[in-house]
Write a protein that binds this ligand. Sequence first.
Ligand SMILES: Cc1ncc(COP(=O)(O)O)c(C=O)c1O
Length: 397
Amino acid sequence: MTASTPLLQRDVVVDRVLAATRAVLGDAIQPIALHEPEFRGREWDYVKECIDTGWVSSVGSFVDRFERDLCAYTGAAHAVATSNGTAALHICLLLAGVRAGDEVLMPALTFIATANAVSYVSAVPHFVDSETVSLGVDPVKLDARLRDTARVIDGVCINQRTGAPIRALVVMHVFGHPADLAALDEVARRWRLVLIEDAAESLGSTYRGRHTGNVGRLAALSFNGNKVVTTGGGGAVLTNDAALGRRAKHLTTTARTPHRWSFLHDEVGYNYRLPNLNAALGCAQLEQLPSFVERKRRLAERYREAFASIGGVRFVVEPPGTASNYWLNAIVLEGDHVGRRDALLAALNDAGYMARPLWTLMHRLPMYTDCPRDDLAVAEQLEARLVNVPSSAKLAG
Ligand SMILES: Cc1ncc(COP(=O)(O)O)c(C=O)c1O
């Protein structure tokens, strides 16, 4: 081996990933987006109906129908549509009883909205590590962290170092791959934490046959333009608890109490209701969800086969016992190829395949650097090595 061999090997990996991506997607005559919405169903009809009838805003039949359809699809007993997924997370935290000064356990490896929602209730994110299979919170390491730092006193988990109650655990299903919910639920119960699922990316994904969002006491969905199903902008709170469902509806609709004409509000509420126009789009999109998921899974299978023969490149697959919607396909560089992430990102983007790194981990962002955190070695390794590749359903035909 000469001194230059490792460098050559590393460049070969970039070429091989590029060739595999081209084999799956074809030549990028036009740039290929990371994730594009698809409107091939009854979107025009339903949106037109809103305009024709004048029901475009926060009251209208499509909102109720969208909520019913979400329940039917996910199996959740209650769904409350919101203006976006971040608002849904905010409501989940309020309903979980998180108060100012509390700590909320959450992964450092997530999109910023998860941490911001914790800040909206004046609580403090407490960052924990992820595991390499699901990319979600590592339940074993989480339990060890709690044994090291926390005690349950009078039914409340208390951080012995900061003195703050640790009220909730928010887990996130990264790129649609369900986190290890059974183990995480067990940890949450042992430590008296309310389990909240940030299921923004996992509509269409199941864990041991149950749709994600059904294990936690509360869950948040997102219907942003880049998600599996879009309403333009939108989200939803899911819960199986009737009282929480009622409260979610109340809080998201300015806490207005029913009356024929008076404006009566019994607490500080939020204008988080999803407009009927957006819900109309969502109803049409939900009709196509099985097809979106089926094609996204087919695309993932093609990537899996194409990347299988490239040593040191791991294609992220659904964890055992789960079915992922493969919202975003991802590869992780391993072995000699660690350190080639940016070269790979440059090569893929230059060739017209939109590729992106992981989000910057939360504890690196200026507003969250001083938050309590566990060792985040796995999240940090993933951050340095992971690349997302184009994942729209239409790429599978
Ligand atoms: C993990 C995660 N949480 C929350 C959100 C927030 O959703 P929204 O953009 O609808 O506010 C998103 C996506 O945008 C997300 O990916």
